[in-house]
Design a protein around this ligand. Structure first.
Ligand code: UMA
Ligand code: ADP
Length: 470
């Protein structure tokens, strides 16, 4: 844990007591700050506060209490509205009294400003890229720790000297809550509309993402994905604003003449008059051009941080990918089973449908706005769809429009069994049973992880029933 001594004797208000809020409280208390705290959901206060050194009831003050007017800093949880749809009342109060509003990332940086910071942001691919970088550094004996939006609060990390690298997955919400934090190597993978309810407009969302570069100096690096229309625009904006760091373009779609690209499982390093290429082999665990973008970003971040290219390439080859993101589960006969339970919207599911052929697609769950009509251009890759959950009737209507065959299965177990049966019967040279639901899981599951684990279990059962040794 980080002891936030930078805030020693300061009075700090912590608002929101989820995992980042509780971690922040522990860190501030250990560092000698005077803390007060609140959470609008009273049960969270009691549920999570057990681990603290100070009993929670001694520091809890509701938002009306005058204590909140006397704090030096407000530490806001990233999930609490800063500007939209409307600022949370605690934000309005802090702004009126000119109290700085920050998050745990800013606390970490203030305590360890000379350690190296590598930050990863973007609308999609953050967790995959963050984990791949961690895997590469670990394989190359570079001291690093991973935290942030990936689910590990940054103040739960351990102190590191100047040799170490904090590898932080950063959301737009967290970027809105940092000030002096300098990200020495900053990756922006892509920007497509997301979290507009919290940012008010796409333009505001882009501005939040740009904050990852805000404090960078000449020696710092910006790694920017240019596969989406916003990539080049971001670079122009940075240049117009007098950005002085080094900008490196990356792509997973085309070979850049100046930049780093991954196309058809070859990494092209065309940068600073060097032209090198590296064969990546069969990227079974991180397939598709979107993962090419993630690999290009990770390679670039690592090569600019004391790591040699051959060692990075070897580490990429041994990366097994993340669970629930186009995760290779098994091959039974010539049918490959893919768990993409994290694909909770149509945009994410599109990546799976683009990546594979002869697809027996399992889709449905709790429907998101917009449905699946946006996937019509990739429907030709689908052999048959197996529908589940609340969305199954609406999805069936959409599939009817485009003459895509489907079966309503209601539940995942039936969908997996029927999909496998049909795929085995068709006996194509290569086919894929893909769970990529384009829906949230909440109608039938607690979260996408549990849905994904269930998928794996059903695949295992099929294998066992066929009598194939595991
Ligand atoms: N709360 C209030 N008032 C409000 C809203 C929330 O008091 O108006 C309270 C809730 O009752 C709850 C707490 O605030 O107790 C929740 O805070 P939080 O939503 O910030 O969640 P944490 O548990 O602290 O998790 C946060 C990140 N959550 C969000 O950004 C929404 C986690 O990212 C992150 O992993 C974690 O810190 C550790 O750094 C999650 C996420 O969904 C995975 N991120 C979004 C995404 O990836 O799209 C951005
Ligand atoms: P994030 O942490 O940004 O949510 P993940 O790495 O968890 O991203 O991947 C979530 C989903 O987004 C995956 O299932 C995949 O379909 C898609 N995805 C992953 N990388 C990219 C990328 N670079 N561009 C677009 N989509 C991606």
């Amino acid at each position: 844990m980080i002891e936030a001594t930078f805030f020693c004797n300061k009075k700090v208000g912590v608002f929101g007591l989820g995992i980042s809020g509780i971690s922040t409280l522990s860190s501030l208390i250990a560092g000698g700050a005077k803390v007060i705290a609140w959470d609008d959901n009273a049960s969270n206060n009691l549920q999570y506060g057990k681990s603290l050194q100070i009993p929670l009831d001694k520091i809890l003050f509701n938002i009306q209490h005058l204590e909140w007017e006397t704090i030096d800093y407000l530490i806001l949880s990233p999930g609490i509205a800063l500007t939209h749809p409307v600022p949370h009342p605690i934000v309005t109060l802090a702004k009126r009294l000119n109290i700085p509003i920050i998050c745990d990332v800013e606390i970490l940086w203030n305590n360890y400003p000379t350690t190296n910071y590598l930050g990863i942001t973007g609308s999609n691919g953050k967790s995959t890229t963050t984990s791949l970088i961690n895997h590469i550094f670990k394989s190359c004996d570079i001291p690093c720790q991973v935290g942030g939006n990936i689910g590990i609060p940054v103040l739960d990390l351990e102190p590191m000297d100047n040799n170490g690298i904090y590898v932080l997955e950063l959301s737009s919400f967290q970027l809105d809550l940092i000030d002096k934090t300098t990200i020495n190597t900053a990756i922006l993978l892509n920007i497509t509309p997301d979290h507009i309810d919290r940012h008010g407009s796409f333009e505001n969302y882009v501005e939040s993402k740009l904050k990852i570069f805000r404090r960078q100096k000449e020696s710092d690096i910006a790694i920017i994905g240019v596969d989406c229309p916003m990539g080049e625009k971001v670079i122009s904006t940075l240049n117009q604003r007098g950005y002085t760091g080094q900008i490196i373009r990356i792509s997973g779609k085309r070979v850049l003449s100046e930049g780093i690209s991954v196309v058809n499982e070859v990494l092209y390093y065309n940068y600073h008059s060097k032209n090198l290429s590296f064969n990546l082999g069969n990227l079974q665990y991180i397939p598709g051009s979107h993962n090419g973008q993630n690999i290009a970003a990770a390679f670039t971040a690592c090569i600019t941080n004391r790591t040699n290219p051959e060692a990075i390439i070897n580490a990429i080859k041994s990366f097994k990918g993340l669970k629930h993101r186009m995760q290779f589960i098994d091959q039974i006969n010539n049918v490959i089973f893919i768990n993409d339970s994290k694909a909770t919207n149509a945009e994410a599911a599109e990546k799976a449908l683009l990546t594979f052929d002869n697809i027996f697609w399992i889709a449905g769950g709790k429907e998101k706005e917009g449905g699946i009509d946006s996937l019509k251009d990739v429907f030709h890759k689908i052999k048959h769809t197996f529908l589940i959950g609340e969305a199954q009737n609406n999805f069936a209507e959409a599939l009817n429009k485009y003459q895509v065959k489907y079966t309503k299965c209601e539940v995942l177990q039936v969908a997996v069994e029927q999909a496998a049966k049909m795929a085995f019967a068709e006996n194509l040279p290569n086919s894929y049973v893909v769970l990529s639901p384009a829906c949230a899981s909440y109608d039938q599951w607690k979260n996408f992880e549990i849905r994904g684990e269930a998928f794996c279990k059903y695949v295992q059962n099929i294998k066992n029933n066929l009598g194939i040794a595991c």
